[in-house]
Design a protein around this ligand. Structure first.
Ligand SMILES: NC(=O)c1ccc[n+]([C@@H]2O[C@H](COP(=O)([O-])OP(=O)(O)OC[C@H]3O[C@@H](n4cnc5c(N)ncnc54)[C@H](OP(=O)(O)O)[C@@H]3O)[C@@H](O)[C@H]2O)c1
Length: 290
């Protein structure tokens, strides 16, 4: 089975390449610079030349603030790009894995959203683009796994795309990292997502699935836990409030997702978030990143 991965240099894409590569024949899409997926014909040509059986689509602009600053760019990067990749999947009759987000929900309710909650009323443009992207997948492709993902973390993505490594680099350079201490959410390790996909891709149980390690984190809290775990002072992380940070995109104070389906359908139970963070640290050490 040949699996193509868009955004293969990103946090999630790189981990999918690595974890699924132990079992499957992997085809990384060229980097953004080499192949801009905004280009319909170039995208179609690449896929028709390589004919993957599965497409894992992770490429997107995942920064809500830059989406809010430039609406056109957000729609193009997140929805037009998905349209182009969906079109290629349709022509090839490929299985499509879509990296969606908890941002399709408005948040600010106590209980977690599950797969049977209706995705609607996102609170920022990023959320609207992910919702529109989901609709394309659901409308055009019967063979899809639509993954709703919360805050992601892992060993991959390098300094530019990995918030844990960014915070470590800043601390080692004597600089503080400011992060919100009053926004709480579920989170998921990209290793757990990729490991689960290895199981899911062996089945025809297509549909929408939520991914979250059990437990919740604050944006500042998970960075502090990480620094502590690698022997650095958690005081390098300054907890601010989302209001003080004056970010262009609205954020909610609480959003959690949970899965009613992963266990009964695939036998998958995701580990607690503390264990997933500890595993990430161990992976970083084993890979010589730390
Ligand atoms: N990270 C999170 O916390 C999180 C949470 C929920 C959902 N998600 C979703 O999960 C997916 C993966 O996120 P991630 O954190 O792995 O993102 P990431 O680290 O920013 O990686 C995205 C990759 O896609 C590439 N890319 C973007 N636009 C492209 C284009 N037009 N053509 C070709 N390549 C393009 C990027 O290249 P450049 O960097 O060179 O542009 C980058 O390599 C996204 O769809 C995101 O919306 C992420």
């Amino acid at each position: 089975m040949k699996i193509a991965v868009t955004g293969a240099q990103g946090l999630l894409g790189e981990e999918c390449m690595r974890t699924l590569g132990a079992e499957y024949d992997m085809l990384p899409l060229p980097s953004h610079r080499e192949l801009d997926l905004v280009d319909f014909n170039a995208t179609r040509d690449w896929f028709l030349a390589h004919k993957p059986d599965v497409i894992i689509h992770t490429a997107a602009n995942r920064d809500p603030d830059s989406c809010e600053r430039d609406h056109d760019l957000a729609w193009v990067s997140n929805v037009l790009v998905t349209y182009n990749v969906v079109n290629a999947a349709r022509e090839l009759d490929a299985v499509f894995v879509h990296a969606s987000s908890d941002a399709v929900f408005p948040g600010n309710r106590d209980e977690p959203y599950h797969e049977f909650d209706e995705a609607r009323d996102p609170i920022n443009l990023y959320g609207y683009t992910k919702l529109a992207s989901e609709k394309l997948v659901l409308q055009y492709l019967p063979k899809h796994f639509n993954l709703r993902l919360p805050l992601l973390f892992g060993r991959t993505g390098g300094l530019t795309r990995n918030n844990l490594l960014k915070a470590r680099h800043a601390a080692l350079s004597g600089q503080k990292t400011v992060a919100a201490g009053d926004t709480f959410s579920t989170a998921c390790s990209v290793r757990d997502v990729a490991r689960s996909l290895a199981v899911m891709l062996k089945t025809p149980f297509y549909g929408t699935y939520h991914f979250a390690n059990s437990g919740e984190v604050s944006r500042s809290g998970y960075l502090q836990t990480f620094l502590k775990a690698i022997g650095l002072d958690p005081g390098w992380i300054t907890a601010s409030t989302i209001a003080e940070m004056k970010r262009p995109a609205r954020r909610c104070h609480h959003i959690a997702i949970t899965s009613l389906l992963l266990k009964p359908v695939f036998g998958i139970t995701l580990q607690p978030v503390e264990d997933a963070l500890a595993e990430t640290v161990a992976d970083m050490k084993a890979d010589g990143i730390l």
